[in-house]
Design a protein around this ligand. Structure first.
Ligand code: SAM
Length: 296
C-alpha cells in the first residue's frame, strides 16, 4: 500500500531571501505539488533556490474552495502537497486555513516548516509585552464590523498585532485614537527584513503625526499596547450608580444589570449591595452605665 499523502505548510521570506531556510527549500523540492497564491512569484522563488519546479497549483481567496477539493484528491492519491503563500507563513492573513482544516478533517498528516511571519517579527521587536498577545490581522475596512472590532481592540488587555496596507495606516491610526485615546503606546514596524526596515515607537498621537509628515510606503505592522487595567469599582461607586439608575426610574433588576455592565463588576456583587439593609446609627445607650459595666 502506498504511503498516505501529507500536507506541508512552508514559511517563506517576508522580504529578505536570506531568510529562506534549507528545510523550506528541501520541502518544496520533495513536494509533488506546491500550492501557492501566485505561480509566477513562487516560480521565481523556486528558481532562486534551484528547486526543480514541481507542479504548481493556485490557491487564493477566490480559488481556495475549489483548490481544496483538488488538493484533497492529490492527498488521497498519496501525494505530498506543500503550501506556501506570497510571503511569510501560509494561513496567516493568507490562504490556507480552509485547506488545513479539510486535510485535518480527512485525517491526513499536516506538518509545518516554520518561517518568518511579519506578526511575530513586529511583536518581538516592539518592546511591548510579548507574554500574552492577540493577532487581529487586517481590521474590517468599514461599516459596523470595523466599529465593533475597533471597540474590542480598544478594551483588549493583551498586546494587539494588526496588519495594514500603507495607504490605510493613517485612517487606522486615527480610528485607534478615537477608541483608545492619544496616549496609548504603539509601534509601527515597516518593511521588516528589507533594506528600508524601520521601527517607530511612541504614542498613537506621535505615530499619527509621523505618518502625516512622511508618505507611508511599504508594508506595515501596527503593534498596540494592551488597555490599562481598569480600577476596581468600590462599593460606594456601585451604590452611587445604583442610586442614579433608580432615581431615573429603573427597576432594581434593571439597575443591577446596567451597573454590573457599566462598571464591569459581577452582577451578584451589585445585587447583594442593592439589597443590603441600610446601615443604622448605634442605638442610644441609657445614661450612667459604661460599656465595661454592661459587660461585667
Ligand atoms: N502571511 C504573511 C505573514 O506571515 O506575515 C502576511 C501576509 S498579509 C497578506 C500581508 C501583510 O503582512 C502586509 O500588509 C503587512 O501588514 C504585513 N507584512 C508582510 N511583510 C511585511 C514586512 N516585510 N514588513 C512589515 N509588514 C509586513
Amino acid at each position: 500500500m502506498s504511503a498516505p499523502g501529507r500536507l506541508v505548510l512552508v514559511g517563506t521570506p517576508i522580504g529578505n531571501l536570506e531568510d529562506m531556510s534549507p528545510r523550506a527549500s528541501a520541502a518544496l523540492a520533495e513536494a509533488d505539488v506546491v500550492a501557492c497564491e501566485d505561480t509566477r512569484r513562487t516560480g521565481r522563488l523556486l528558481q532562486r533556490f534551484g528547486v526543480r519546479a514541481p507542479s504548481l497549483r493556485v490557491v487564493n481567496e477566490h480559488t481556495e474552495a475549489d483548490a481544496t477539493v483538488a488538493l484533497l484528491a492529490r492527498l488521497a492519491a498519496g501525494d505530498t502537497v506543500a503550501l506556501v503563500s506570497d510571503a511569510g507563513m501560509p494561513a496567516i492573513s493568507d490562504p490556507g486555513e480552509r485547506l488545513v482544516a479539510a486535510a485535518v478533517e480527512a485525517g491526513y498528516p499536516v506538518e509545518v516548516v516554520p518561517g518568518p511571519s511579519a506578526c511575530l517579527g513586529a511583536l518581538v521587536l516592539s518592546g511591548l509585552p510579548t507574554g500574552r498577545f492577540v493577532f487581529e490581522g487586517f481590521l474590517p475596512r468599514k461599516g459596523s464590523g470595523r466599529v465593533e472590532r475597533l471597540a474590542e481592540v480598544a478594551s483588549e488587555r493583551r498586546t494587539v498585532v494588526l496588519y495594514e496596507a500603507p495607504h490605510r495606516v493613517a485612517r487606522t491610526l486615527a480610528d485607534l485614537i478615537g477608541v483608545c485615546g492619544e496616549q496609548r503606546r504603539v509601534v509601527l514596524a515597516r518593511e521588516l527584513t528589507k533594506l528600508h526596515e524601520e521601527v517607530f515607537r511612541g504614542t498613537l498621537a506621535e505615530a499619527a503625526a509621523r505618518i502625516e509628515e512622511t508618505e507611508p510606503r511599504g508594508e506595515f505592522v501596527i503593534v498596540l499596547d494592551g488597555a490599562p487595567a481598569a480600577e476596581e469599582a468600590t462599593d460606594d461607586d456601585v451604590l452611587g450608580a445604583l442610586d442614579r439608575y433608580r432615581a431615573a426610574g429603573a427597576s432594581t433588576r434593571d439597575a443591577v444589570a446596567d451597573v454590573a455592565h457599566d462598571l464591569g463588576v459581577a452582577r451578584r456583587r451589585v445585587y447583594e449591595l442593592a439589597n443590603r439593609p441600610p446601615e443604622r446609627a448605634d442605638p442610644v445607650r441609657p445614661s450612667g452605665r459604661s460599656d465595661s459595666e454592661e459587660d461585667r
